[in-house]
Design a protein around this ligand. Structure first.
Ligand SMILES: Cc1ncc(COP(=O)(O)O)c(C=O)c1O
Length: 448
């Protein structure tokens, strides 16, 4: 989605909206973003992270932080929001739950912001979770009624958390998993939706795939035909959007290069591009599974607790339990609340700058890094289509992890996965930093 034109933003009137963030985003104007305007308008929202993050070696220069694809940098406002949640606890004690600016309202605002970014019709479709993996488990546990063992198809390229959960469920007889391998490994792993569709020839209950592969940044295109093929054989589809949420202008349904094809479930979180730190994750459920009055086809999960009840604060205990309407039926026990406060400022920034503009700016930065590396004889991975890339660039290297550690000692913060160093610039990264990063990589490689 593009920048929300305030005050037509449906969340404009929320007491949780930060006016400074809105003013800064409005001041960017409607055109493309560039380093000069970002520095003038947006950087003042990040004074803490910009002043505190210095190289432990020399202390003279800020570390070059190119691990934004891993842990996103927080806005100043994040700490103020969390402080607000804690102040409410001191001042209102249990009244903090129901205060108009309180814990439940902050969680609903979090759900509404995520729903807006996903193009979901209602915040009810977004179920707060403390990890993406928790969302996967809730769905696996919804598909295992009366001892049924869900048959799952997943790519080998899923993140460690999902990989671990699926392997553990399989080893305990709680899921049967068929793994789809990459099409090729050269120069980096490439997956294809066609292979996932081919795997549907065997009986399948759930397909799990990432929209952007975490190790390589490949965008898995053609999700709509995958969802259609899965539905044809009675399977459901879960898309892991952790590396696409806040990176690609997502559309849950409808025609778009980044359409999620009306997938049944999405999982994601705020740790990376949404700048919300750990624990602010979610499972999003397509409304077709939240039918209010159709208790037969309505999907429910074992992962439950008293917040999933109809009107939990009435403390009624019918047997069988009466579930809340809509997505609230997927809530669990007493939820964490600080995570919503942690996440809300970053989500507001994403919505108000607009993911489309951020994507175009990030691609420019990746291309710039590629060019300065090429000038220095460094062989970065060259994508054939920049529109089909996540938000980080790759340098293949046989000792990628060791190289990334040596870069860190020289003040360049990156990380490494599957034989590549990953470089993730963001809106606080300057062109000068990209030049210096290339210099550091070159001199570090010359050392060995
Ligand atoms: C694609 C993907 N999915 C999920 C996660 C996080 O999973 P969890 O929240 O279960 O730790 C990550 C984290 O890097 C990821 O890259």
């Amino acid at each position: 989605m593009e920048s929300a034109a305030l005050p037509t933003d449906p969340l404009f009137d929320s007491p949780f909206r930060c006016p400074q963030i809105s003013a800064a985003c409005l001041a960017l104007g409607a055109g493309e973003i560039g380093e000069a305007t970002l520095t003038e308008r947006i950087w003042p929202l990040f004074t803490r992270v910009l002043s505190q993050n210095s190289v432990s070696l020399g202390q003279t220069q800020r570390e070059i932080y190119l691990a934004n694809h891993s842990l996103g940098r927080p806005l100043d406002r994040m700490a103020e929001d969390v402080r607000m949640a804690l102040d409410l606890w001191y001042e209102r004690l249990d009244g903090a739950w129901s205060d108009p600016c309180g814990w439940l309202a902050a969680s609903t605002y979090f759900r509404r912001q995520v729903a807006e970014l996903l193009g979901a019709a209602s915040y009810q479709q977004v179920i707060p979770k403390t990890s993406a993996g928790q969302g996967l488990r809730a769905v696996l546990n919804a598909l295992s009624d009366h001892g049924r063992v869900p048959r799952v198809v997943a790519t080998r390229g899923e993140f460690d958390s999902c990989d671990m959960i699926l392997k553990t469920y399989a080893s305990k007889g709680r899921a049967e998993v068929r793994w789809v391998s990459p099409l090729s490994k050269d120069p980096i792993e490439q997956y294809s939706v066609q292979n996932l569709i081919a795997a549907l020839r065997q009986p399948t209950d759930l397909v799990l795939c990432s929209q952007v592969l975490f190790a390589t940044g490949q965008v898995l295109t053609d999700l709509p035909p995958l969802v259609a093929a899965a539905h044809e054989v009675g399977a459901l589809v879960m898309v892991d959007t952790y590396h696409s949420f806040g990176v690609l202008p997502l559309q849950w349904e409808g025609p778009s290069p980044y359409s999620l094809g009306g997938a049944d479930f999405l999982i994601g979180g705020s740790y990376k591009y949404a700048r919300g730190g750990p624990g602010a994750c979610w499972l999003a459920i397509h409304p077709r599974h939240l039918l209010e009055n159709d208790s037969i086809s309505r999907l429910t999960t074992l992962d439950t607790g008293w917040f999933a009840k109809q009107d939990p604060f009435r403390y009624e205990r019918p047997d069988p339990p009466q579930l809340a309407a809509g997505g609230d039926a997927w809530l669990e026990s007493t939820p964490p609340v600080l995570t919503a406060y942690q996440a809300n400022a970053g989500l507001q920034l994403l919505r108000e700058i607009g993911v489309g503009r951020l994507q175009r700016y990030n691609i420019q930065q990746q291309q710039q890094l590629q060019a300065v590396c090429r000038d220095r004889g460094l062989a970065m991975y060259e994508p054939s289509d920049w529109q089909q890339r996540g938000a980080f660039a790759l340098l293949p290297h046989p000792h990628a992890s060791g190289l990334s550690q040596r870069l860190l000692q020289r003040g360049l913060n990156t990380d490494a996965r599957a034989g590549c160093v990953r470089f993730g610039p963001d809106l606080l990264t300057t062109a000068d930093e990209l030049h210096r990063a290339a210099e550091i990589v070159k001199s570090t490689l010359q050392e060995v």
